[in-house]
Design a binder for this molecule. Structure first.
Ligand SMILES: Cc1cc2nc3c(=O)[nH]c(=O)nc-3n(C[C@H](O)[C@H](O)[C@H](O)COP(=O)(O)OP(=O)(O)OC[C@H]3O[C@@H](n4cnc5c(N)ncnc54)[C@H](O)[C@@H]3O)c2cc1C
Length: 401
C-alpha cells in the first residue's frame, strides 16, 4: 500500500494523518481540505475566539512546517468533488485526479440552515468555520442585542459569550428544554437557571412568527406575542453530515457515512471518521457523534485500521461545553431506560449526576464539577459496583477508586 488520501481538513483528518506517521506508515499521505485556512480546532470558535480572548490563529491544528516535517501533503483550498471507486481515484475541484490505495472520508458536518425570512439578511450568522467566527466576533459589541435561535450547545455558548461581552441575549427554542437531544430534562433546567441568572432571557416552547426588517433583521415577533428588537441573529439549529460525496460514490449512507466497528464503509478500501461517520455495531442503529473527543479517537482508530490493525472502535461519548464560568462535562448514557439517578451536590450550583443500571455506573454529568470527571472515568472503566449511596455521600470521590 503506497497512497492514502484523506478528504476533509478538520480534527479527524489531521489526527488520522499524524497517526499514520506515528504508526510508521511511510507511503504518501495527502489531506484535501476545501477551506482556505490551515486545519483548525472548532471548540474555541464559540468560546475564547468569539469573546476575543484568543485569536483565530491559536486554533491551528497543523502548521505547514509540521505537515512538511511529517511528509504530509496538505492541500488547502482543494475540494474533493467525487470518488471514482472503480479506478480508485479522487477527482478534485481543479479536475486533477489523485489515485489512492486507501481513502478516509473525514468531511465533518455543516450548520443546518433556516430558510425563509432569515435568508440573505446581513446580520444573520451561523457558527461553524473560522470565517463565521470572525464575522460574528465583529458583532460582539457591548449593548447590542443578540437573538440566538435554538437552545443547543452552539446557541447557548454564543448567548453566554454575548453576555460576557456586555451584550443583551435572548434564546428562542421550539422545544420545552435546553439541549434536548443530549441533556436529561433536570440538567436542562439547571442549565436554564444558570443562563437566566446571568441575564440571558430564555423562551422555551416558542417559535418565531414574524420577522421585521429589509436587509437586516430588526425585530421578531414570538409565538407568545412578545416583540423583540434585535441587532444580531445567530442560528444554531444543529448540523448535517457532509456525506454527499460518499452517497454519490454509491457508498452506504443515511445521516452520515455508515461504517462498521472498524470504521470501514461499504467499500473495504474506504473508511470514514469524525462528525460524518455513522457507526453501526451489529444490527444496531448507526450512531453519529458530533464531538471533539470522538472525532479524534475515531480518526486515530481508522488510521490504524487502514494500516491493517483490525481494532474495533468503541464510541467515545465524552463531551464538554463552557458557558459563562460553568464547565459541563458528560460521559456515557445519562438517560438509561429503567436506570437510577444519583446526584452528588457540590459547591453553589454545581453537582455530579450519576446514571446507574442495576449496580453498574453507565454515565455521569459533571455540572460545574470538572475535577469529578477524571474520577468518574476511572470508576466507569474499573467497573465500580454501585451497592450503596457512597457516590453521593463520600467526602472525597477518589476514596471510591
Ligand atoms: C463552534 C463549535 C464549537 C464546538 N464546541 C465543542 C465542544 O465544546 N466540545 C465538543 O466535544 N465538541 C465541540 N464541537 C464539535 C467538534 O468541533 C466537532 O465534533 C469536530 O470538529 C469534528 O471534526 P471533523 O474533523 O470530523 O469535522 P469538521 O471539523 O467539520 O471538519 C471537516 C472539514 O472537511 C472539510 N470538507 C468537507 N467536505 C470536503 C470535501 N469534499 N473536500 C475537501 N474538504 C471537505 C470541511 O470544510 C471541514 O473543514 C464544536 C463545534 C463547533 C462548530
Amino acid at each position: 500500500m503506497e497512497r492514502i488520501i484523506i478528504i476533509g481538513g478538520g480534527l479527524a483528518a489531521v489526527t488520522a494523518a499524524k497517526t499514520l506517521r506515528t504508526e510508521g506508515f511511510e507511503g504518501a499521505v495527502t489531506i484535501l481540505s476545501e477551506e482556505r485556512h490551515l486545519p483548525y480546532d472548532r471548540p474555541p470558535l464559540s468560546k475564547a475566539v468569539l469573546q476575543g480572548a484568543a485569536d483565530a490563529q491559536s486554533t491551528c491544528l497543523l502548521k505547514a512546517e509540521v505537515a512538511q516535517n511529517l511528509a504530509i501533503d496538505l492541500q488547502i483550498n482543494q475540494r474533493a468533488e467525487a470518488i471514482d471507486r472503480d479506478a480508485q481515484v479522487v477527482r478534485l475541484s481543479s479536475s486533477q485526479r489523485l489515485p489512492y490505495d486507501r481513502l478516509l472520508i473525514a468531511t465533518g458536518s455543516r450548520a443546518r440552515t433556516l430558510d425563509g425570512p432569515f435568508e440573505g439578511k446581513g446580520n444573520v450568522f451561523y457558527l461553524r468555520t473560522i470565517d463565521d467566527a470572525e464575522c460574528l466576533r465583529a458583532q460582539m459589541v457591548p449593548g447590542k442585542r443578540l437573538l440566538s435561535i435554538g437552545a443547543g450547545w452552539i446557541g447557548l455558548e454564543v448567548a453566554a459569550t454575548a453576555r460576557k461581552s456586555g451584550m443583551e441575549a435572548v434564546v428562542v427554542e421550539l422545544a420545552d428544554r435546553l439541549c434536548g437531544r443530549s441533556l436529561p430534562p433536570d440538567v436542562g433546567v439547571a442549565l436554564a437557571d444558570v443562563h437566566r441568572s446571568n441575564g440571558t432571557v430564555i423562551h422555551l416552547n416558542t417559535s418565531i412568527v414574524t420577522v421585521g426588517g429589509e436587509d437586516q433583521v430588526e425585530s421578531v415577533t414570538l409565538s407568545n406575542g412578545e416583540m423583540l428588537a434585535v441587532d444580531v441573529v445567530v442560528i444554531g439549529i444543529g448540523a448535517i453530515a457532509n456525506d454527499a460525496i460518499a452517497r454519490e460514490a454509491g457508498l452506504e449512507t443515511g445521516n452520515g457515512v455508515i461504517v462498521d466497528e472498524f470504521l470501514r464503509t461499504s467499500d473495504p478500501l474506504i473508511y470514514a471518521a469524525g462528525d460524518v461517520a455513522a457507526m453501526r455495531v451489529g444490527d444496531g442503529q448507526p450512531t453519529r457523534m458530533e464531538s471533539w473527543a470522538n472525532a479524534q479517537d475515531q480518526a486515530a482508530a481508522a488510521a490504524r485500521n487502514m494500516l491493517g490493525k483490525k481494532e474495533p472502535y468503541a464510541i467515545n461519548t465524552w463531551f464538554w461545553s463552557d458557558q459563562y464560568d460553568l464547565n459541563i462535562q458528560m460521559i456515557g448514557d445519562n438517560q438509561p431506560e429503567g436506570g437510577t439517578i444519583l446526584v452528588r451536590k457540590g459547591e453553589g450550583r454545581s453537582f455530579t449526576r450519576f446514571a446507574v443500571i442495576g449496580d453498574v455506573l453507565v454515565g455521569a454529568i459533571c455540572f460545574g464539577a470538572p475535577r469529578d470527571m477524571a474520577i468518574v472515568r476511572r470508576l466507569i472503566s474499573k467497573g465500580y459496583a454501585v451497592t450503596d449511596d457512597s457516590l453521593i455521600t463520600a467526602t472525597d470521590l477518589r476514596k471510591l477508586l
